[in-house]
Design a protein around this ligand. Structure first.
Ligand SMILES: Nc1ncnc2c1ncn2[C@@H]1O[C@H](COP(=O)(O)OP(=O)(O)OP(=O)(O)O)[C@@H](O)[C@H]1O
Length: 326
């Protein structure tokens, strides 16, 4: 066997359970003074589908650009595949497939020719296997039938899939996808999501950013939540939501009176819709809240907590709605 070269990313340490991405106090202040990322400690376990979630402007793209060695941090460190970035970028990046800010495509070339050209520009790729690798990548993303069509005739979803195919021309240990479903219609989003699940099923770690909570819940095993450049929380998706109580739901033919009693009991954000009243539950025993409804003469048909979503967790952690405007 060959000796591991000095530039090979540290596979052993990563396989021993170390994270694929690890940042410590990672900080970026842009020249204009904007603090875009503030003391970020991010840990992405090997084999995870890791959702990097946050509203627009929360620092996701800035973080990804530091991870990929495209910009220098102001302070702190970032390790990718066990190696420091941006210092080890030349050793690390061949093992990383990235789709950042949409793929750069030549509209006048077919999908296949775009990939051939893209691969030819990669000094680490083997020209002898190029055609076979391009065919395999097209097949992987479901574009074989459209391979000879000009890229300008592709739908946005097909363009995203072609971008993913470009990221898959070499075997990768990490895929970094910046808002991969942005701008797609629901069908296109479904296609990309199922593709991401498929890619992850063979053990590739996938790091994807999104401002869509339900997307993260549907696709990811782990997530980190950012707000205003700071990490709010991170961990397995099931744990993130589990620490939060979901909304209280009361089903009743007396919704007006129920809403009044719930407010009196300290519930907030009370919303009435037909025979349902939902609210953020008060911080007290819900048996007492139910008793108060009944003793006020409210006929209660149903009383319970909805399963908490990641959105509930976000609201509980930040005290804010998940506002994606801007
Ligand atoms: N080159 C730059 N120079 C100065 N400020 C920047 C630069 N790039 C981003 N910012 C600012 O840094 C903050 C974080 O931006 P960033 O693009 O990382 O957020 P994001 O979460 O990826 O949002 P989006 O989804 O909108 O890209 C924002 O306030 C943004 O205006």
């Amino acid at each position: 066997m060959d000796e591991p070269s000095a530039t090979e990313p540290d596979r052993e340490r990563e396989d021993a359970g170390e994270s694929v991405i690890a940042t410590r106090a990672l900080t970026k202040r842009y020249r204009g003074g904007q603090l875009a990322v503030d003391g970020l400690d991010l840990t992405v376990p090997a084999g995870s589908v890791f959702g990097f979630l946050g509203p627009n402007g929360s620092g996701k793209t800035t973080t990804i650009r530091m991870l990929m060695g495209l910009i220098e941090p102001t302070s702190g460190t970032a390790r990718v595949l066990g190696r420091p970035m941006p210092r080890a970028a030349r050793a690390v990046l061949p093992h990383v497939g990235a789709l950042i800010e949409g793929p750069a495509l030549y509209g006048f070339l077919s999908g296949r020719d775009n990939l051939l050209r893209y691969d030819a520009a990669d000094p680490t790729s083997d020209p002898r296997t190029r055609r076979a690798r391009v065919a395999a990548a097209l097949d992987r993303v479901g574009l074989t039938a459209a391979a000879t069509k000009k890229a300008k005739a592709y739908s946005l979803g097909m363009k995203q899939r072609l971008g993913l195919a470009a990221a898959l021309l070499q075997p990768r240990r990490l895929l970094v996808l910046d808002e991969p479903t942005n701008g797609l219609d629901p069908q296109g989003m479904r296609e990309i999501r199922s593709l991401v699940r498929e890619l992850a099923s063979d053990g590739t770690t996938v790091f994807l950013s999104s401002h869509l909570l339900d997307e993260i819940e549907q696709v990811c095993t782990h997530a980190a939540v950012m707000a205003q450049g700071r990490l709010i929380t991170q961990g397995p998706v099931s744990d993130l939501a589990a620490g939060t109580r979901g909304r209280l739901i009361v089903t009743t033919p007396d919704p007006g009176e129920a809403a009044r009693v719930l407010k009196e009991q300290g519930a907030s954000d009370v919303v009435t819709e037909d025979d349902k009243v939902t609210a953020e539950p008060p911080d007290r025993d819900l048996a007492d809240v139910n008793a108060a409804l009944v003793s006020a003469g409210v006929r209660v048909r149903g009383f319970g907590l909805q399963r908490a979503s990641l959105e509930d967790a976000f609201v509980a952690l930040t005290g804010e709605g998940f506002d994606v405007a801007g």
